[in-house]
Design a protein around this ligand. Structure first.
Ligand SMILES: NC(=O)c1ccc[n+]([C@@H]2O[C@H](COP(=O)([O-])OP(=O)(O)OC[C@H]3O[C@@H](n4cnc5c(N)ncnc54)[C@H](O)[C@@H]3O)[C@@H](O)[C@H]2O)c1
Length: 299
């Protein structure tokens, strides 16, 4: 398995470290316009796994990444305090578009995982620009939002986050869809009224900005959930992980990339699960499709 990470900043480098530390790749290549940064990160990772890992880690240009089985795109600007993810659109769509061209020229049979924000629209850009089947262009962010939902619910119910089962679909952004209708706490279904749903939704929405305002960037949570996705593909685990994909009739939508529950395995998205959303959830999902569908048309 050859994996390339494009963008060796906070997300890309930490993700690459995690992939190497977990032995998920035989070869791992870091690519960044800041060439020395990519080289420095690769050397640090090589030294970090000197007692344990098998992964051959390098840094360089796209020719070095040729023949990659999986390319993860985390190149581009991150949010500063006060910014919405969609504020990054104009800068990052050019970056992701250019990256995808270089990726496909060197790794035509690859799979792409999109991390750069606004992730759903950038995943659409990657799909459109790559010409790859939509099952092989996968956006990371849904499970991250799910982990934030779990943390908020754990606080509400006085349990540990790992004892809460909860999923988030829709936009990786303002119009995220916490699926209240299938939340389980310690294995038991729970119910919420609309006021509780709104209050919890607002807390989840704030979660990332709380981190950005205090430490400058979100890193550990997104790279952990992205690593789960990489693991599902590399080890063919058939894990259920909400991921963004270009929809073609699923959930009644087309021409937009949005978070839906999918089964991830060696072929990428192997199945899309059609959950029955409650009216409250369906309304936000439809709004997200409408809003992001508009952006997808323009990019
Ligand atoms: N999807 C998610 O869950 C999620 C979570 C956190 C962050 N993000 C997003 O991930 C992206 C990266 O965040 P970060 O904190 O690592 O930012 P960062 O600034 O630390 O790193 C970005 C890197 O991209 C590189 N880059 C810029 N243009 C490039 C190009 N054309 N080719 C190759 N490399 C290029 C930069 O040199 C930099 O090293 C941001 O858009 C951020 O919003 C997504």
């Amino acid at each position: 398995m050859k994996i390339t990470v494009v963008g060796a900043g906070a997300i890309g480098a930490t993700l690459a470290y995690r992939i190497a530390d977990k032995d998920l790749a035989d070869e791992l290549v870091l690519v960044d316009i800041a060439k020395d940064l990519a080289i420095g990160q690769s050397l640090d990772i090589i030294q970090s796994i000197a007692y344990s890992g098998k992964t051959e880690v390098t840094a360089g240009d796209y020719s070095k990444s040729a023949g990659s089985d999986l390319v993860i795109i985390s190149a581009g600007k991150p949010r500063s305090p006060g910014m919405a993810r969609l504020d990054l659109m104009n800068t990052n769509k050019g970056i992701v578009g250019a990256v995808v061209k270089d990726v496909m020229a060197n790794s035509p049979d690859t799979m792409i995982m999109t991390v750069t924000n606004p992730m759903d629209v950038m995943n659409y850009v990657a799909w459109k620009g790559s010409g790859l089947p939509r099952e092989r262009v996968i956006g990371s962010g849904g499970q991250l939002d799910g982990s934030r939902f779990k943390c908020v619910l754990a606080g509400e119910f006085g349990v540990r986050p790992k004892d809460v089962e909860a999923y988030v679909l829709g936009e990786h952004g303002e119009l995220q869809v916490p699926v209240f209708s299938n939340v389980k706490v310690n294995g038991k279904a729970v119910s919420f009224n609309d006021a509780q749903k709104e209050a919890i939704r607002e807390k989840i929405r704030r979660s990332a900005m709380d981190v950005i305002e205090k430490k400058g960037a979100t890193v550990f949570a997104p790279i952990n959930t992205t690593t789960h996705m990489v693991e599902a593909i590399v080890n063919d685990t058939k894990a259920l992980i909400p991921s963004s994909m270009v929809l073609d009739g699923e959930y009644g939508k087309r021409g937009v990339s949005l978070g839906v529950p999918v089964i991830l395995g060696k072929d990428g998205i192997e199945e899309v699960l059609e959950w029955k959303l409650e009216p409250y959830e369906r309304k936000i999902f439809d709004e997200a499709a409408e809003k992001l569908g508009g952006y997808c048309k323009t990019v």
